[in-house]
Structure formats: structure tokens, C-alpha cells
Design a protein around this ligand. Structure first.
Ligand SMILES: [Zn+2]
Length: 250
């Protein structure tokens, strides 16, 4: 147990030591969207993430042009969180994102843009170096992470209203987080930037089916992310190779 003054139950590390990935006092606060009462009480039962979450992390890193060096974990958050609580932190010079197992389900047909958006928001904290730099106010950091999230969801094919579902409520500003309305505006700014960059504001929006990631090992299988064109636009799906070499959707 590391001496950070807060409850912190880790997972066994490869070296046999316990890995403490609860942010220390200088680290970033837990992010949660919705009318949450946040208490920094810690997490428990830290374990491997859902494979869908791992796939989405990989995809968003690739779409951002960064190497996916962020390690993702699921945990049970202790305290009163409304929904979609997660945090980004750096411990022993490694980057982590930890999400609350109770508020994300990652089921194939039920993964919502809200879940994807919060994951994107946490990646945004890493990309913008908020975890160890303190150049701007806490609210400015949150809005920057929201803009990044809007940007990346736009690249993944989300409509503006889908992207904004990650902060759909009417929560006012708190000490750490801006109001829901401010967050939605930041999401829109990021979403619009990606649209402009991709020139998707014209009359024609073309969806092309393609592989959208390099291969990665998930639970021992070779997997890749594919962009497919179905229903109401682009979808990101995970395909993994069977032992006979054929590809199957997961
Ligand atoms: Zn945040």
C-alpha cells in the first residue's frame, strides 16, 4: 500500500509488487459526467478492462496519431458517483486510465457514445499532458479534454448530438468541473474541428469500409479494428482471427 493517504488497493504487478494506480494528491481528480457527488475515496478490484474498451482505446490512440502506451484498467470506485466515472493518471512514469466497472457496460449493441466519449476525454487528459502539467486552470483542462473527445468521436463517425450525450445533463459547475452546458460547447468545438479537417461538411459524406488499425493481441488472438458502413453510418468493429486463420467479428 503506497502512502498517498487515500484508500488504494492495487493489482499484482509483474515484479510481484502491488501496483498503486490511485492518483496522489497532485494527480488529477476523478472525472464524472452527470450530477455526481464526487468523493476521492479510492478504487478496489482493479483488473483487466473489457476487450471492447481496450479496442476503443487502441482505436482512439491510432486516430490521434499517438502510440497506444496508455494502460487501461477497470475497477470498482468507492464513493458516490453518478455515472461514467473514470480518471487518468501517471504512476511510476507509466500512463493509466481507470474506469468504474459499475457505470460502463461495453456490450456490443449497448456501448453508447457517452461511454466512448468519456474514454476519449481521459485520453485527452493524457494527450494534453494535464496529468503532470499545471499550466491552465482545472476547468480549462476539463474543457480541453472535452474538445479532444468531441474531435475523436467526430473522426469515429458520431453525430454532434451523439457526441454530446456524454454530458447530457444540466449539472452546474463545481470546483473541479465546468457545467454540462460548457462541456457540450467544448465537445461541439472539437467535433466541428474534425469535420472541417476531414472536409465532411460538404453535401457528400462517403463511408469507406477499411481496416482502421494495425493488429494487436487480445486474449491471445490476433485482432484488428475495421470500419464498416452500416445502419446510420460508420461503425468501428473488432475482428479477431480464429485458429484456422479466418476473421470473425467479436
Ligand atoms: Zn476530466
Amino acid at each position: 500500500m503506497a502512502g498517498c493517504g487515500c484508500m488504494s488497493l492495487g493489482i499484482p504487478h509483474a515484479s510481484g509488487q502491488t501496483l498503486d494506480i490511485w492518483p496522489d494528491e497532485a494527480g488529477i481528480n476523478v472525472c464524472a459526467k452527470g450530477p455526481a457527488v464526487l468523493r476521492r475515496q479510492g478504487v478496489r478490484n482493479i483488473a483487466e478492462p473489457h476487450e471492447k474498451a481496450q479496442m476503443l482505446l487502441q482505436l482512439m490512440c491510432e486516430l490521434s496519431g499517438i502510440q497506444p502506451r496508455i494502460q487501461l484498467f477497470a475497477a470498482d470506485f468507492i464513493g458516490d458517483y453518478s455515472r461514467f466515472a473514470a480518471y487518468a493518471t501517471i504512476k511510476e512514469r507509466k500512463r493509466y486510465i481507470v474506469y468504474d466497472r459499475a457505470s460502463f457496460n461495453w456490450k456490443p449493441d449497448q456501448t453508447t457514445w457517452a461511454e466512448i466519449g468519456i474514454l476519449g476525454h481521459e485520453i485527452g487528459h493524457h494527450v494534453a499532458s494535464h496529468v503532470y502539467a499545471d499550466e491552465v486552470s482545472r476547468h480549462a483542462q476539463e474543457l480541453e479534454a472535452d474538445r479532444f473527445s468531441g474531435f475523436i468521436m467526430s473522426k469515429m463517425g458520431a453525430s454532434l448530438s451523439q457526441a454530446q450525450t456524454m454530458d447530457a445533463g444540466n449539472a452546474g459547475a463545481t470546483d473541479t468541473h465546468p457545467s454540462s452546458a460548457s462541456s457540450r460547447k467544448a465537445i461541439e468545438e472539437g467535433w466541428q474541428k474534425a469535420r472541417t479537417a476531414l472536409n465532411l461538411n460538404g453535401d457528400k459524406k462517403v463511408c469507406e469500409e477499411s481496416w482502421s488499425s494495425s493488429s494487436m493481441l487480445i486474449h491471445g488472438s490476433e485482432c484488428r479494428i475495421a470500419t464498416t458502413c452500416e445502419n446510420d453510418g460508420m461503425q468501428q468493429r473488432l475482428a479477431c482471427q480464429d485458429f484456422d486463420g479466418s476473421w470473425r467479428w467479436r
